[in-house]
Design a protein around this ligand. Structure first.
Ligand code: F6P
Length: 320
């Protein structure tokens, strides 16, 4: 009699729209193969507190269109320690969990790698609004955060135009500029400031004054939170140009909201791929999408830093 594989799903770290669609697909598709599915509550903190709930088909009813994660999350410091990892492994072994599926961003997946190194089979599914996971073109939730942010920037542009002001709009992305770049591209922002590129303040001032002289009376500057202090940057722009500058920080609206169809479909495809990997006894990899093809990458490659496309940044700023 083939052993029934038991799987535990955890959604640690920053929540992302589409996580629920992913939990739903892992659960339903896994159950269809007779797998036992558990949901770990509140991320790695819940894992360390042995807080597991068995998942049935009706556990994931009516969640596909909700942002956030029904399993909840938590910024668990203990999992970053050797003792924390050992405790997590011990609990997973005690519960005879065959596979841990980690649905999360770079930090969450990296903790999954450390758990894998202690003998637990791990499959990662990249979900984060930051889109900063090495080895995958896209993470679940990124598309939704992009749409949410672009809609907000479009609204701000209305008042920028009416008041002939420059707006510095701070967006999320942790230490990366992937979200900021796509927001700038999609909203027609004239300038985008990202952590990966040192701020060339004089060049920004020159561009503002040049555009202003050509009759452009308002401007949008997208400022990635990891690039520094957006308020200080705005003050410096105002004193260097003599133009009115305001700051708007988009904040946590970028993390929530109904997932877009694209986020939901990516979640489904990655979830199905993850279960198929388990059925083939593959382990210690994470699901990725490269050139629109769903594939897997070894967890150890997470040590690499995802590169930003600087040519893309230049194009965005040159045409806007
Ligand atoms: O990783 C997702 C993210 O939203 C980042 O973009 C942001 O810097 C961070 O989480 C905020 O962390 P917290 O939710 O702990 O405030």
């Amino acid at each position: 009699m083939k052993m029934l594989k038991s799987i535990a799903i955890v959604t640690p770290g920053g929540d992302a729209p589409g996580m629920n669609a992913c939990v739903r697909a892992v659960t339903k598709y896994g159950l269809s193969f007779g797998l036992k599915i558990y949901g770990i509550q509140r991320g790695y903190a819940g894992l360390l507190e042995n807080d597991f709930v068995e998942m049935k088909s009706n556990s994931v009813s009516g969640i596909i269109h909700h942002g956030g994660t029904i399993l909840k999350s938590n910024r668990c410091k203990e999992i970053r320690t050797e003792e924390g990892i050992k405790k997590a492994v011990q609990i997973l072994k005690q519960r005879k969990i065959d596979y841990l599926i980690v649905i999360g961003g770079d930090g969450s997946l990296s903790a999954g790698l450390r758990i894998a190194k202690k003998g637990i089979s791990v499959i990662g599914i990249p979900a984060s609004i930051d889109n900063d996971v090495y080895g995958t073109d896209e993470t679940i939730g990124f598309d939704t955060a992009l749409d949410t942010a672009v809609e907000a920037v479009d609204k701000i542009r209305d008042t920028a135009t009416s008041f002939e002001r420059i707006f510095v709009i701070e967006v999320m992305g942790r230490e990366h500029g992937f979200l900021a770049l796509d927001i700038a591209a999609a909203s027609g922002a004239e300038v985008v400031v990202i952590p990966e590129v040192k701020i060339d303040f004089d060049r920004v001032v020159k561009k503002i004054l040049f555009s202003n002289k050509k009759g452009k009376s308002s401007m949008i500057i997208i400022f990635a939170e990891g690039a520094g202090d957006s308020k200080l940057f705005a003050k410096k722009i105002e004193s260097a140009t003599g133009l009115e500058v305001r700051v708007s920080t988009l904040g946590y609206i970028q993390r929530g909201g109904e997932p877009t169809g694209r986020s939901r479909i990516l979640a489904l495809k990655m979830a199905v791929f993850a279960i198929n990997l388990i059925l083939k006894n593959k382990k210690n990899v994470f699901v990725a999408i490269k050139n629109n093809k769903i594939m897997s990458q070894p967890l150890w490659c997470l040590k690499n830093r995802k590169e930003i496309d600087l040519k893309y940044k230049k194009i965005i700023e040159s045409i806007n």
